[in-house]
Design a protein around this ligand. Structure first.
Ligand code: GTP
Ligand code: MG
Length: 195
């Protein structure tokens, strides 16, 4: 999709605050600092529309970005933020679970993992959970600009294996820095959102 128009319509914590237009939604999940906001900015052709930060735990609410008035990206606060309090973690868990299991408009989840490393326990749990609920998932291995091209395939196979990726789910290489993978991620999103 060639994006000209994006609007952050809602930072929601409670389902009552979710948008009501009924447009399809794609959620972005991943641990804190993995690059969800950066991926969002690449997809919508902006440098800093979604707030990015080198400090983890910046995004605390579900941020609904209305794209071309046709669909929403839902930037989900990152998990695995070590400094988060237990109460915050529980609140986070409830907010995410409510959204991911009850949202009718949700068409798929883009789950980001750091392409440089083996998926963390949290990454594995998140993927297992998405698979359990049968939510169509695209795993994106990001920050690949930080490792040499010759290592990509090996990394991708390792990620697939560690997550025990289902055959119907896809894994794509990505870099917010070079924008590699942008079109492939968009293709997946458009297929999920509009069929
Ligand atoms: P939270 O909102 O805290 O959950 O983090 P986030 O997942 O939205 O991460 P964010 O997009 O803010 O990126 C975190 C840091 O990683 C920033 O300093 C980004 O510039 C950097 N970053 C994100 N993606 C890439 C990438 O593909 N390559 C490189 N080199 N850096 C990246
Ligand atoms: Mg963010």
């Amino acid at each position: 999709m060639e994006v000209h128009d994006v609007e952050l319509v809602m930072s929601a914590v409670d389902p009552k605050q979710y948008p009501t237009t009924g447009d399809p939604e794609i959620a972005l999940v991943g641990r804190s600092n993995v690059g969800k906001s950066s991926l969002t900015n690449v997809l919508i052709n902006r440098n800093s529309y979604a707030h990015t930060s080198s400090q983890p735990g910046k995004t605390q609410t579900l941020n609904f970005y209305h794209v071309e008035s046709q669909m929403y990206f839902v930037d989900v606060p990152g998990y695995g933020y070590a400094k988060a309090s237990r109460t915050d973690r529980e609140k986070w868990g409830q907010m995410i679970e409510t959204y991911l299991t009850q949202r009718e408009q949700l068409r798929g989840v883009v789950s980001l993992v750091d392409g440089r490393h083996e998926p963390t326990k949290d990454d594995q749990q998140m993927y297992t959970w998405l698979a359990y609920y049968d939510i169509p998932t695209l795993v994106v291995a990001t920050k690949l600009d930080k490792i040499s091209r010759g290592k990509w395939n090996k990394q991708l196979s390792m990620i697939k294996k560690t997550l025990q990726l289902k055959p119907e789910d896809a894994l794509l290489p990505f870099s917010a820095q070079t924008k590699m993978g942008k079109d492939a991620v968009w293709d997946w999103i458009e297929t999920q959102a509009f069929g």
